[in-house]
Design a protein around this ligand. Sequence first.
Ligand SMILES: Nc1ncnc2c1ncn2[C@@H]1O[C@H](COP(=O)(O)OP(=O)(O)OP(=O)(O)O)[C@@H](O)[C@H]1O
Ligand SMILES: [Mg+2]
Length: 356
Amino acid sequence: MIVKKLTLKNFRNHHYLTYDFDKGINLIVGPNGVGKTNIVEAIYYLSLVRSFRTPDEPNLIQKGMEHAEVSSVVLEGDIVRKIKVNLSKDGRRVLLNNKPISKISDLAKCVNVVLFEPRDVMLFRGLPKARRNFLDINISKRSHVYLDTISRYEKVLRERNELLKQENPDKVLLETTTELLVKLSAPIVSYRQMYVKDINDILIKITRALTGVEERIQIHYNPFVPYDKDFQEKAKDAFRKGLEGDLKRKATSIGVHREDFSVSLNGRDIAMFGSQGENRLVALALKLSPYFLIEDKDKRPIVVLDDVLSELDKNHQERLIKFLRKFEQVFITATHADIEDVALYELKQKTNKEVF
Ligand SMILES: Nc1ncnc2c1ncn2[C@@H]1O[C@H](COP(=O)(O)OP(=O)(O)OP(=O)(O)O)[C@@H](O)[C@H]1O
Ligand SMILES: [Mg+2]
């Protein structure tokens, strides 16, 4: 899919801005602080009605203004959709083809965005939660069963943790919630194992394209209990063994909510041994890999890469750009870039009178 048109009113520092975009690479350039990330933030915002930079929606409204608006025309093959979000300090209104939308989650199907942001360089070195989120978001996009199971799991987990916090937890209740957690864990682990296997093959190809070297790259997913025919028994056993610690800590210490994965490059953990550039390239490869798992080409996401070129040498920049030409539509922000055959959108700094 592609964003054909984007209009921002009072969104961040943009009082009024409207662009017609096309397929292929759209490069947004300009000096620091000019509002490049704000533009791609708006594109991402359309997919989830959630910013990747702030949980605080009023921050998106231009300072001193009451309302903001992000509107767009998005194409999915021959399907044309108009999506508009009106934001005010009291809330927001989302319109799909001029009609209010009832479920925000339906919007992700109309505007699917894959995002790479500067923070993603820390994907492998940072907290496991970021890596679990990567898995959960991408598997949920593929399977409603997974999304539903994960939210049920989280609900039961909260109940179990509440029980553990009590002075003398009810043993029967504790057993019931544990059994339910085990039951819900089985499909989660199974999906995660399958997904990691699928993505692994793609990750190898993308990393090779980006680095130009035959690197050995592999994702290692570490389930708390591997999924096989004995899963239920082994998982119950694991919870049983963990119970004493759980009662002491007053929280559930094992389970799918504590799982993680790591990535090795030429046999070594990239988080510990990889250079900054390697961490960046492999994190980027990983974030792009779900794109190729979507079979219906029209449904493949819009790719948004915020500040992806910095820290990459000329050779890697060129490789990356060559690779990005495979995608239907890509947005890149950069302070400067010398790239041919891309649609260029240049933002200029408003000049202030010199004070000194
Ligand atoms: N609600 C708002 N109202 C007005 N201006 C805002 C608002 N939110 C952010 N800004 C301004 O937007 C500017 C930052 O824009 P943005 O992060 O998009 O810059 P950028 O072009 O991506 O810069 P860089 O090259 O440093 O990444 C800042 O000057 C900031 O003060
Ligand atoms: Mg920026």
